[in-house]
Design a protein around this ligand. Sequence first.
Ligand SMILES: C[S@@+](CC[C@H](N)C(=O)[O-])C[C@H]1O[C@@H](n2cnc3c(N)ncnc32)[C@H](O)[C@@H]1O
Length: 282
Amino acid sequence: MLRGFAACLAALLACSAQAVELTVNAGPYVPSPQSVVADMLKLAHVGPQDYVIDLGSGDGRIVLTAAKVFGARGFGVEIKEDLVRRANAAAQSQGLAKRVHFVNADLFLTDISQATVLTMYLLPHTVNLLRDKLFKELRPGTRVLSHDYPLDGWQHVEMVHMDLDDKLPISGTTTTLIFLYRVPEKVAGRWRATVPASVHAGDIELDLEQKYTLLSGAARIAGARVPIVDGRIVGRTLSFSLRSSGAVHAFEGEVIDGAAHGMVKTAGQSAAWRARRAPKSD
Ligand SMILES: C[S@@+](CC[C@H](N)C(=O)[O-])C[C@H]1O[C@@H](n2cnc3c(N)ncnc32)[C@H](O)[C@@H]1O
């Protein structure tokens, strides 16, 4: 459906000249319609406490709107010098220059660790090239908004689908999607968990493997290896299931500073569990 947009943008790449050396051209300048900008920022509940970074910021509209309407601070990074100049001039003329600025640089080489909200409207393969960077550099809980294209292998928190006539000349379709993600906490490794008797009489070990928001691995329960199924982590909230002794144990919990706690449901009954990262020697 949205392939038309990708093809149309890709065809324009040859014409785009820029002064800064590029690692990857993430797409030509195609501005997000202003209504999509507002909807993106509302979806992430952007407010005065936020620091918004737009990757490939074009004329700066996302960061400018975040500052002007929602009171946020932030910056945009853009490869085209003329657009950076235009965005900084707009920040100046709108009295926002103390809170937002625009830099002429390659988005792939930009430090994004300051963001509490990260936005992008880039070609689909570029969005996916950024998955490792987002996971490594952004703090857990940071909201990531992508206009039209998903981060493969990341579980979204919300996806909004709209039909907009403004998108017809860009995408060849009115379909507009906004994906909202929360950067997951890093939980891979060994954990020691205290679980209710419905799961096991005594502590168990969890060996967690993580690929972005997907959790896998196994629990060690009384010497037996029990695979972790349906595992995911979105921001600090994790969930997974264990099937042992003929029952399904559905775990949910929050992870903060190397400790997890929550509830586990077995046959309709809920009880508390908690876990800590196991010492390195285990
Ligand atoms: C589709 S436009 C989006 C503009 C703006 N974010 C918006 O939503 O209105 C993508 C922008 O990314 C810029 N861009 C492409 N590759 C880039 C790179 N490697 N580093 C920085 N900017 C890049 C393009 O010049 C273009 O302005």
